[in-house]
Design a protein around this ligand. Structure first.
Ligand code: ADP
Ligand code: MG
Length: 652
């Protein structure tokens, strides 16, 4: 007895189908991923149900997915021997939209206008996506355990209704036959396909195309995806085998989701190989982080810290996470930005979730709580791994720091929560020996009684070590950490304390901690030198805000520091580079009161010649201070004339 029934699709399905057929043309290829993933799910379900009902798999047939291609008739079928569907299940699954994910996707699509490829880009829309490439879809399915009683055939042209009819006994599982649209043939893309140019038409009736797509999207599916070997006649590289029904087949997928295997069974070469496959890099990763989380949220993460900096790390478009999202071993999207913050964008790898819907969009991901949890955990694991690397493999960590330290520092600026953990990962050269040290190492060797960490922003390590700013500090056996990168200005703005120690920037004006080095009373000196200070201040009015007595100098006569409210040198440079005019830097000239030159200045009188001399010396002091910090002189010709004159007068 056969009953044939024609039923309308639910209104939302109709809408989805319309959108899919007419708008998603640049992403057609994902239909294959969707159908494979459904077949894989069906095999998973069968395996699961067979645990309690062994009769379901009593035929002992190998569980597999097969692609059958009839290039002449232009039909492509996906056949699985999985769980199958009853008539009732077919109606429930293939006639309505049961999943809230699809409903949300539909809403987003409506809001954005149907034609928004960036929205549709990387994710799928389930079974219905087959209508993107097929003018008719026929599903024949028999529920496991009931295959001898018969099954059901579902068919539709995607135009608002579908037909159901009974079919006789047959093999267990589901066969989905697609009658491919003619326009899928290369060069025949019809005019109404709009931007077909942006996505070259693919021929889904071509065995090599299918093989490529399986490798791209479904390589790690656990079940074998087979295709008759006769399609690959000329290709000797492909491994052939005999299937149970006698057919010679090629297995298209490697079936090896490395991340699903237990960690202690995986060799480091296997990790390295997978890393190279994933990233197309040539060198081994520096470190591998592989872990599995079970419980409320289930996922596996396999992450790599590369050994080398990619050339485009600081390109503006390269600011997203490079971790791919899989859902139950099916590729969902590359570069999933919800998985990691931008300051971990150098990390590569895979996260495979068991909870997320496969048809998840980037927008839906944004609000996904489970994903926010994963994000948090990944960050924590990576920071732990880096701390381990620093503790146990210092040379490798140095390599890492040279390649990616500047990116990690972005996290210090952006993320309050991780600041301490990130600060612990900083490596900076110090004035002690120019070698890289951590903040903790500097704290461990602080001189008795010092409770601050001194830092200096400078052009390079040598300039920093020679800088007048650190003279007094070094003289009393202390050290300063040197920060030489553009981002350091922001880092030091945000990182003002570490483990209870204040970070004090030596190149900012307020340096209250003169310590034992201040063998004099600054206020008294300022009173004594009032005339000199005021005089120089007048002479240098267009260059500095203030002139005052310094407590940080030993040998140098003068030094320039920034007023605490001023923009810093890196910020200034950055603004210039981006074509903006930075606000004027507010600078303070500090004089060494014990320097003979300053003594001489004090001896100058009030005669016009004395005024002239003081002005020249002021300019010389300023010029020296600028040169010492590696800054350009405002008028180099005048400076060298003044120096020559000074030398002449000394020679007299
Ligand atoms: P999803 O896979 O996210 O549930 P789909 O639109 O891809 O959404 O599929 C809808 C439903 O149809 C599936 O949940 C499943 O119950 C059923 N289905 C699809 N393909 C198969 C198949 N090959 N075998 C058994 N059931 C299937
Ligand atoms: Mg699906």
């Amino acid at each position: 007895m056969t009953t044939t029934q024609t039923l309308p699709f639910q209104a939302e399905v109709k809408e989805l189908l319309g959108l899919m057929i007419h708008s998603l043309y640049s992403h057609k290829e994902i239909f294959l991923r969707e159908l494979v993933s459904n077949a894989s799910d069906a095999l998973d379900k069968l395996r699961f149900e067979a645990l309690t009902q062994p009769g379901l798999t009593s035929d002992d047939a190998r569980l597999r997915i097969r692609l059958e291609l009839d290039a002449e008739r232009r039909t492509l079928s996906l056949v699985d021997n999985g769980i199958g569907m009853s008539r009732q299940e077919v109606v429930e699954n293939l006639g309505v939209i049961a999943r809230s994910g699809t409903r949300k996707f539909l809403e987003a699509l409506r809001q954005r206008g149907a034609n928004s490829p960036e929205l549709i880009g990387q994710f799928g829309v389930g079974f219905y996506s087959s209508f993107m490439v097929a003018e008719e879809v026929v599903v024949e399915t028999r529920r496991a355990g009931e295959q001898d009683k018969g099954g059901v055939r579902w068919s539709s042209r995607g135009d608002g209704e579908y037909t159901l009819e009974d079919v006789g006994p047959g093999p267990r599982g589901t066969r989905i036959e697609l009658r491919l649209r003619p326009s899928e043939t290369p060069g025949e893309a019809s005019a109404d396909e709009g931007d077909a140019s942006s996505a070259p038409a693919q021929d889904f009736a071509d065995a090599d195309t299918l093989r490529e797509l399986i490798r791209k999207y479904s390589d790690f599916v656990e079940w074998p995806i087979e295709m008759a070997a006769s399609h690959f006649e000329g290709d000797g590289r492909l491994q052939r085998s005999k299937a149970e029904d006698g057919l010679e087949v090629v297995t298209l997928n490697s079936q090896r989701p490395l991340w699903m295997r237990p960690k202690d069974e995986i060799k480091s070469e296997e990790y390295a190989q997978f890393y190279k496959h994933l990233t197309h890099e040539w060198t081994d990763p520096l470190d591998t982080v592989h872990f599995k989380v079970e419980g409320a949220s289930e996922y596996t993460a396999l992450l790599f810290i590369p050994g080398e900096r990619p050339f485009d790390l600081f390109e503006p478009q390269r600011d997203k996470s490079r971790v791919s999202l899989y859902v139950r071993r099916v590729f969902v999207m590359a570069d999933c930005e919800q998985l990691l913050p931008p300051w971990l964008r150098f990390v590569r790898g895979v996260v495979d979730s068991s909870d997320l819907p496969l048809n998840v969009s980037r927008e839906i991901l944004q609000q996904n709580r489970a994903l926010a949890q994963i994000h948090k955990r990944l960050v924590k694991k990576l920071l732990d791994a880096l701390a381990q690397l620093l503790a146990n493999r210092r040379d490798d960590y140095k390599r890492f720091w040279e390649a990616f330290g500047a990116v990690l520092k972005e996290g210090l600026v952006m993320e309050r929560e991780q600041r301490e953990a990130l600060a612990a990962l900083i490596l900076a050269p110090t004035t002690r020996d120019g070698e890289l040290a951590t903040l903790d190492e500097c704290i461990a060797r602080l001189p008795a009684g010092q409770d601050k960490l001194y830092v200096l922003r400078c052009a390079d390590v040598e300039a920093g070590r020679r800088s007048p700013h650190v003279e007094a500090l070094v003289a009393r056996g202390s050290e300063a950490l040197l920060f030489t990168e553009p981002i350091d200005e922001w880092v030091l703005d945000h990182l003002t304390e570490y483990k209870g120690k204040r970070l004090v920037a030596l190149d900012k004006a307020e340096l209250e901690d003169a310590g034992e080095a201040a063998k004099f009373d600054r206020e008294q000196r300022e009173r004594e030198l009032r005339n000199v200070l005021e005089g120089i201040e007048t002479d240098l009015r267009s260059h500095v805000e203030r002139v005052r007595v310094s407590t940080r100098l030993v040998d140098s006569p003068a030094v320039l520091v920034d007023d605490p409210s001023s923009v810093g040198p890196q910020m200034e440079r950055m603004m210039r580079q981006t074509g903006r005019t930075p606000p004027k830097r507010k600078r303070v000239l500090e004089l060494n009161p014990t320097h003979p030159l300053v003594e001489r200045l004090r001896e100058l009188g009030d005669a016009p010649a004395d005024h002239e001399r003081r002005r020249e010396w002021s300019e010389l002091l300023l010029g020296q201070a600028l040169l010492a910090e590696g800054s350009p002189l405002p008028d180099p010709a005048r400076f060298s004339k003044l120096v020559s004159a000074l030398m002449l007068s000394a020679a007299k």
